[in-house]
Design a protein around this ligand. Structure first.
Ligand SMILES: *Cc1c(COP(=O)(O)O)cnc(C)c1O
Length: 443
């Protein structure tokens, strides 16, 4: 049992982490960046224990993965039990029940009552890439539309879909063709103000696609219902519904990338549900596997069955141990009502972050939903000039005090909070006290 409290035994990083950092520099590609060089030995719930025995509060969840908490007993038991039976056969060679059951659960849980089918993969990028493959096979069309500030992964096609060049695309081209980018309905930075954002952004989208691509050439529109790496941008209300209706009108597959937002994170099982949007295809990963790598594409049966038999798959996709972990995690999300937990976390985060915004003019925007909230930091000079140095200093100040946070955003000036959904209220309050201290120190 790890007590759910923050407790520092050394300065951070401690000597064990410093030694491992030296080994990392000598052994690991420098292209793999490390945010907080605190090496982890164990975890439980929302606490990570580093190699020096320091107990850290995790407000990152390994990027929205550890939603059921670290080392959740039900997940650990399911993983051990499955690993002792068999770790791998490859579903395409000799199948097993766990894969089928995860697909059944996804068909049941994703938005919409229509007939669905699912295929399993290893990573979020792989899921998004396969969603595009399916949409192209179904429509017989080449083009894909993606948005400003989008993040969809690091494979060649998903790099093309991802908006930001630094660091995700720099030097890695040429990129996949037939990807077209349009503006996102980003309320905080919309030139005419947040009220007109959804309608104007949609009008611009429709006009640009009509003139530059042609509706009849578009296979899919790929969108994050709340943008993740791009800065926790919540599209202006109505924007997603208008996109979804436009897709239906033009025979375009509406792909919701719910890799980060899915599985209770935003207070609903899937963020699309908030506006009642029913995507044709949903890509999931991150929290799905309860901490193990697992990803999925779930969609309308006729779309998912469009590729030729054998057209989708992969050696490790839907690994049995990952499937066992996913089934345990999904069961825990239901029995513990983790969507409700995310909404309660969202209430605490919203009120505490808004109080910080009253105190610090550098907080240009507080946004997000449920347990996916962020602050956008700006230079307080009457403009909305991004302040990435401040975001970096705040994340570092939190890390020194034993709270793991992540920065994100197109301009690198957003500090995001993604706590495990099982975090205890007192621990969350403590982490937010630390955030206030770090902000006071850095401003
Ligand atoms: C993380 C993420 C991905 C990529 O997932 P990986 O598992 O890192 O490949 C894709 N889309 C979104 C929205 C993400 O947050």
């Amino acid at each position: 049992m790890i007590e759910q409290v923050r407790r520092l035994r050394t300065e951070l990083p401690g000597p064990g982490s410093v030694a491992l950092a030296g080994r990392r520099r000598a052994a690991v590609s420098g292209a793999v960046a490390v945010g907080n060089e605190l090496y982890i030995d164990r975890g439980e719930g929302a606490i990570l224990v580093d190699v020096d025995g320091n107990q850290l509060i995790d407000l990152g969840s390994g990027i929205a993965v550890a939603s059921v908490g670290h080392a959740a007993p039900a997940v650990v038991a399911a993983v051990s039990e499955q690993a002792a039976r068999f770790e791998h056969t490859c579903f395409m060679v000799t199948p097993y029940e766990g894969y089928v059951e995860v697909c059944e659960q996804l068909n049941r849980l994703t938005p919409g009552a229509h007939e669905k089918r699912t295929a399993l993969f290893n990573s979020g990028a792989e899921a998004v890439e396969n969603a595009v493959k399916v949409a192209r096979a179904y429509t017989g069309r080449p083009a894909v539309v993606a948005f400003d500030h989008a993040y969809h992964g690091r494979t060649n096609l998903t790099m093309a879909l991802t908006a930001k060049v630094q660091p995700y695309k720099d030097g890695f081209g040429p990129f996949a063709p037939e990807v077209y980018r349009v503006g996102m309905a980003y309320p905080y930075r919309w030139p005419t103000g947040p009220e007109r954002c959804a309608e104007e952004a949609f009008a611009e989208f429709a006009a640009r696609v009509h003139v530059q691509v042609g509706e009849e050439h578009v296979a899919a529109v790929v969108v994050e219902p709340i943008q993740g790496e791009g800065g926790f941008i919540v599209p202006a209300p109505g924007f997603l519904s208008m996109l979804s209706a436009w897709c239906a009108e033009h025979g375009v597959v509406f792909v919701a990338d719910e890799v980060q937002t899915g599985f209770c994170r935003t207070g609903d099982w899937f963020a699309s549900e908030f506006e009642g949007v029913v995507p044709d295809v949903v890509a999931t990963a991150k929290a799905l596997g309860g901490g193990l790598p697992l990803a999925a594409v779930t969609g309308r049966a006729e779309i998912m069955d469009a590729p030729v038999p054998g057209g989708l798959g992969g050696t490790f996709g839907g690994n049995p141990v990952s499937c066992a972990a996913a089934l345990a995690a999904i069961s825990m999300m239901e029995s513990h009502d983790l969507a409700g937990a995310a909404r309660r976390i969202g209430e605490v985060l919203t009120s505490r972050l808004c109080a910080l915004a009253d105190r610090f003019p550098q907080l240009g925007d507080v946004r997000g939903r449920g347990a996916m909230m962020a602050i956008e930091l700006v230079v307080p000079d009457g403009t909305t000039r991004p302040d990435p140095a401040l975001a970096k200093a705040v994340v570092a100040g939190c890390a020194r005090r034993g709270v793991v946070m992540l920065a994100c955003g197109t301009y690198g000036n957003v500090v995001r909070m993604l706590p495990p959904l099982v975090i205890e209220p007192a621990l969350l309050e403590d982490a937010l006290d630390v955030l206030a201290e770090a902000l006071a120190e850095a401003t």
